[in-house]
Design a protein around this ligand. Sequence first.
Ligand code: FEO
Ligand code: CA
Ligand code: CA
Length: 569
Amino acid sequence: LAGEEMKMSRLAFEMVKANALDTVTVPKGYNWQVLASWGEPLFSNAPAFDPATGGTGASQEMAFGDHNDGMALFTHNGRQILCVNNEYTNATTLHANRADGKPINADDVRKNKAAHGVSVVEIARKDGKWGIVKDSEFNRRITADTEMDITGPARGHDLMKTKADPKGVVAKGTWNNCGNGQTPWGTYLTCEENFNGYFSSSNKNLALTPQMKRYGISHDDRGYNWALADARFDLSKDPQEPNRFGYIVEIDPLNPTARPKKRTALGRFKHENAEVEVAANGHVVVYLGDDERGEFLYRFVSKNKYVVGGDNTDLLEEGTLYVAKFNENNTGHWIALTPEATGMTAPEIAIYTREAASKVGATTMDRPEWVASNPNKAEVYCALTNNKNRGVKPNAGGDETPAVGPNPRVKNNYGQIVRWQPANQDHTAEKFSWDLFVLAGNPAVYDDAYAGSKNVNKDNMFNSPDGLKFDKKGMLWIQTDGNYSNEKDFAGQGNNQMLVADPETGEIKRFLVGPKECEITGAAWSADRTTMFVSIQHPGEKGDSVWPNGGVPRSSVIAISRDDGEMIG
Ligand code: FEO
Ligand code: CA
Ligand code: CA
């Protein structure tokens, strides 16, 4: 039977074993190389990367950002343009010249802000080696200081007005850009996740509103110190500035001077990624996760329809946002967040989306991470990465989080992947059916629910699924951002990893293991699909890695190919 199963498998590679090495491991017959690393100049007039200092504000503004995450590839007249998110920073390497990596002056803050955002780079393979095309007219850095238009229901609303922008129509910058999306009309979507951690208050007695608390905004930032050089990050000076972050931002990768657009119609929360589908009836559907314990899963449906070859530029400006309700009997439905249903105005729903979703009784989830839609049928997957807090401490400012439906385990250190099929294969349908594609676990330690589902065994086990992406063939790539201690509950699971799953059979095989203290995230393919690009984020986040070059650890995008040059994915 084992031989029969091997023959039947559509995952035709030799599974990589879990390991704790400080390198990237791929299957026999595959190879990898670094495409781009944090600090690499995009232009020939920018200084070379300096590991001793981590560079300056000016050098970082012309260089590849830190902590590369979600990405997408665009082609134009045979040229390949890669958009890559730069989520956050490794303080001790970025500020190698400062004690504890703490920004202490205006240029440190400028550098830190410039290491965030999005890097748009033309890439090419020359003599077998992938790299950035320096000085390409497409190369662009979008940072925490890039001006962008606020569009949709929140545009111009009183809650969006600040000292610097009294009309509430132009926001400065984007940061903590986690996962991404890609539209059929050729734009890139970048998703603002933990935007809250950059705000602080010089007045420690400032009263925080319930809405600030619901979004995790507090008197102290997470060590970025941006308020030191930019007063808009001081809550006591501009308390409404945080209302302008936590959105999906749409970028035209082929037009480096075009202003990015914040799409407030897609709601404000800790956005993971944005999976775009065109429904059979032509409406554009975007699936969206809010990565926080006890928060929700969302769906946007555009008001207007996608027209092939038409002007689709503002489809994400207007539509209806829905939130998911899962029932115990494997059914579920989408609840529209309308003024009637929530008692809130349309701008308030766009700005305080979490509150709107609570009002309609949506299902609290175990940290919704990436959503991925099956290209072969109407079926959608979401990684619910873990939830270590259930039954330990209450969800801050949110709803109760009972262990029910797609979140069945009380203490959930391992995570799971839920999938659903919209009724009548229609992505705009109200109803859906759902099941769990996999419950991660450790069958070497447990023999109960914490061993995981049937498609998890001692050879392919993992924890904390995060990145999800379907390839063209319809195989689901699963990337982890979890516990890499390799001991106790996580013994035998090694470093963070990437696996591939067959959605039809449930089979899961480990394809890649990352270096020490990294997470694996983001995936894209070259135009000819012979190369797969993957983000290795924060190697050595606690100091124990010299990947990739034997020196300062650097987040990098890698390029994976087959030795025989055949297609991958
Ligand atoms: Fe940025 Fe939810 O990972
Ligand atoms: Ca993630
Ligand atoms: Ca993550």
